[in-house]
Design a protein around this ligand. Structure first.
Ligand code: XUL
Ligand code: CO
Length: 437
């Protein structure tokens, strides 16, 4: 059955002057940008949970969207229809990758054993569809936040039986990800945090989390899973305070427990803003540590203090993001996963296409601009000049570690005051704007 009969397959690229809402204006998948195609730079991915399972329900109202694949039959029938609709959607959009939580693709059963069987059965069918269509899995993950047993944490639950259940669930989610050729596996710990310190031993919970990650690392090795492990930082929601608060906190945690070699970060734009950072700050912190693995491409709303998960539309922000990604030589096995949902009032299936077309065009445009800025080398020249004083003299001695405070004091005592150089921020901002045209 065709779930999206009015949509061309695939959505065409028509260029910036096109007024066709079902066409790309900037995303031209085969277009070479530098040495790689746009598709290879961006590695766009669809989020199963929002796009296929999102219903428009919110805290104040019932589902607003009727999806042909979400009704009729048993939970497993619905799961199969949803899988079919997903592959039709991906092919029509012309995107190679998708991402899922275990509970997105297969329903929970009456027992854990039944949940496992459901997942194994649907994953087997997903494998066949992947083979038929060439669609690939960017990453898999386990939903360790929806089931009420995880209400006080999964890996960091005060109840060891709950932690064990979470570990078992992750084991199977990694197996399924490996079986489907998943290129990464994500850990997002929405419940790994606390509500009140009155009942929380932070040190104990962080030790638990580290053990959990260590067991996953050991298991990965045991089964020969070659995908990249990713941690997705978020400051809060649903927990009041989450342990993976932001990139810097997560990197500090990994360093403290000797886990840095085994994980990279999956940076989400809206999580960055909730942590009080810009998206580019989080990308830059992760990248500077050699740990920027993948991106959840979305945006928040500056007037709202929660995770609105909107589709990205800001070309300036996408340009910044793509500059950081290009400068580190790409995302490797990662990609741009649109962890974003259409608004509650966008009730048609067509809106799912408009949303993704907009997100992909935004990043395609950001890619083109970022590539041009980098190729011209003007920013890089400014950056090199700004730190040039460390290439020789006292700067070099300091960085080489050949001088200490006493030596510096000896030299400085009789020296002239440093000559200040302008940071030229406004000029550089104007320069960036001159490329956005
Ligand atoms: C929640 C969130 C998750 C992760 C995967 O804010 O971003 O959907 O991306 O668990
Ligand atoms: Co996310």
């Amino acid at each position: 059955m065709a779930y999206f009969p009015d949509v061309p397959s695939p959505i065409p690229f028509e260029g910036r002057d096109s007024k066709n809402p079902l066409a790309f204006k900037w995303y031209d998948k085969g277009r070479k940008v530098g040495t790689k195609t746009m598709a290879d730079h961006l590695r766009c991915s669809v989020a199963y949970w929002h796009t296929m399972k999102g219903s428009g329900a919110d805290m104040f109202g019932a589902p607003s969207m009727q999806r042909a694949w979400s009704n009729g039959g048993s939970p497993m029938d619905i799961a199969r229809k949803t899988l079919d609709a997903t592959f039709e959607f991906l092919q029509k959009l012309g995107v190679t990758y998708y991402c899922f939580h275990d509970r997105d693709i297969a329903p929970a059963g009456a027992t854990f054993a039944e949940s496992c069987r459901n997942l194994e059965a649907i994953a087997g069918e997903a494998k066949l569809l992947q083979k038929e269509t060439g669609i690939r899995l960017l990453w898999g993950t386990a939903n360790l936040f929806g089931d009420p047993i995880y209400g006080q944490g999964a890996a960091t639950s005060p109840n060891a039986a709950v932690m064990a259940r979470a570990a078992a669930q992750v084991k199977l989610a990694i197996d399924v990800t490996q079986m489907l050729g998943g290129e990464n596996y994500v850990f997002w710990g929405g419940r790994e945090g606390y509500e009140t310190l009155l009942n929380t031993d932070i040190r104990h919970e962080q030790d638990q989390m580290a053990r959990f990650f260590r067991m996953a690392v050991d298991y990965k090795k045991q089964i020969g899973f070659t995908g990249q492990f990713l941690i997705e930082p978020k400051p809060a929601e649903p927990s009041k305070h989450q342990y993976d608060f932001d990139a810097a906190t997560t990197l500090g945690f990994l360093r403290a427990y000797g886990l840095t070699d085994h994980f990279k970060l999956n940076i989400e734009a809206n999580h960055a803003t909730l942590a009080g950072h810009t998206f580019e700050h989080e990308l830059a912190v992760a990248s500077a540590a050699g740990a920027l693995g993948s991106v959840d491409a979305n945006r928040g709303d500056l007037l709202l203090g929660w995770d609105t998960d909107q589709f990205p539309t800001d070309v300036y922000s996408a340009t910044f993001a793509m500059m950081i990604i290009l400068q580190q030589g790409g995302l490797g096995t990662g990609g741009l996963n649109f962890d974003a949902k259409v608004r509650r009032s966008s009730t048609d299936t067509l809106d799912l296409f408009h949303a993704h077309i907009g997100g992909m065009d935004t990043f395609a445009r950001g890619l083109l601009i970022a590539h041009e800025i980098i190729s011209d080398g003007v920013l890089a020249q400014h950056l090199a000049n700004r730190y040039a004083s460390f290439a020789s003299g006292i700067g070099k001695d300091i960085m080489d570690g050949t001088v200490g405070l006493a030596d510096i004091y000896q030299r400085e005592r009789e020296s002239q005051d440093p000559v200040l150089t302008s940071g030229r921020q406004e000029m550089l901002e104007n320069l960036i704007n001159s490329y956005i045209r």
